[in-house]
Design a protein. Sequence first.
Length: 405
Amino acid sequence: MTNTIATHPAADLRSQAGEFYDSATAWFATHWLQILIAVGAGIVLFLALHFVKSLGKRLCARDVSHTGWGTVLGRALAKTKNFFIAMAAAKIVVSVAQFAAAPEGVVAAVNFLFTIAAAFQGAIWIREIILGTIEHRTSASDYHGEALVNAMGLIRVFVTFVIFAIAFVLMLSNLGYDATGLIAGLGVGGIAIGLAAQSIFADLFAAIAIIFDRPFKKGDAITFDKSAGTVESIGMRSTRIRGTAGEARIIGNKKLLDNEIVNNTQREFRRIIFTLGVVQTTPIAVMEMLPHLLKDIVEDHKGTFVRAGFVAFGAQSYDFEVQFDSHSAALQDMFDLRHSVGLAIIQRFNDDGIALAYPTQIGLTAEEAGLIQPKRAKKIKDSNETIAKPPSSGDRSSSDQEGGA
């Protein structure tokens, strides 16, 4: 019968520690100069990283607003962890000491710990920069006090989860572990969460897009789809708009961005277009001077004349169009200018005997209608008279500028 004596774990651990101590002592005694150089390099890196960390704190202190880019960068640098600093210094020591045949156990242990520290420290830096950038945009004067600022807690949790999950997977890959199963699990879980909260995340990301792209801000008058109003607040899920009739409109951020948005507050002027149909018995000389008459009326009322001229043959009229701009983007200024110019055109037409067309019926005899003894048509070459060009602002842009206020 054979007796087997089990080795006690504590004794085995003491044996391994003794072997490690003996090998480390022998290695130091043989390569003490190279080791001192490596330790010196590690101390320099240790002090440099601590200086960077203190520099980040000073950048945060200098920024009075606490939301500037100095604070964003400074806060990220100030989040440098002491464990990462120590592991970075140890890593540079081991890297230099490898030229002196450092023990494999020491090198493996330092590399393992440095990989963990570097992965999570990088995640912390990236998270702080992303969150700082979002806070910088949300805390700008145009967005001060909006409900989206209160949603930073949810954004922080979401960003932290995503970044640290990626850092964890990268860390396992660098340590030699197979992270395929973990990636698949995270992918399935992410898909499930995304489908369950699809509308919430869509509106949240749309709110962030509004902050970064800035198509409008609080207080802007906008037109979207078939509605118009003034933006009262931009929330995490929806934007509140006060309609022109006083009603409160609440629309999801994603749905709002899916529509074409016209920001009326950012206009420099408003364009006004009148179409005037004169009777078809109007002499050609009168119609030739009509654009100049309209230009004078617009300029007399402090409007910015753009162009005027003949545009179409109507069923019962010859149609002329005049385009002019108000001096500001205010709706009331445009309304007042349109009113005064419109009445002035009516008054001037009445004074000059220029008749505007309206639905009428005219009785003609067969001779007047040309059914009996038709008149010989005038030759084209004899009727090719020179017609003066109508006045214009000289705008030669190719974009379509037609459209109302």
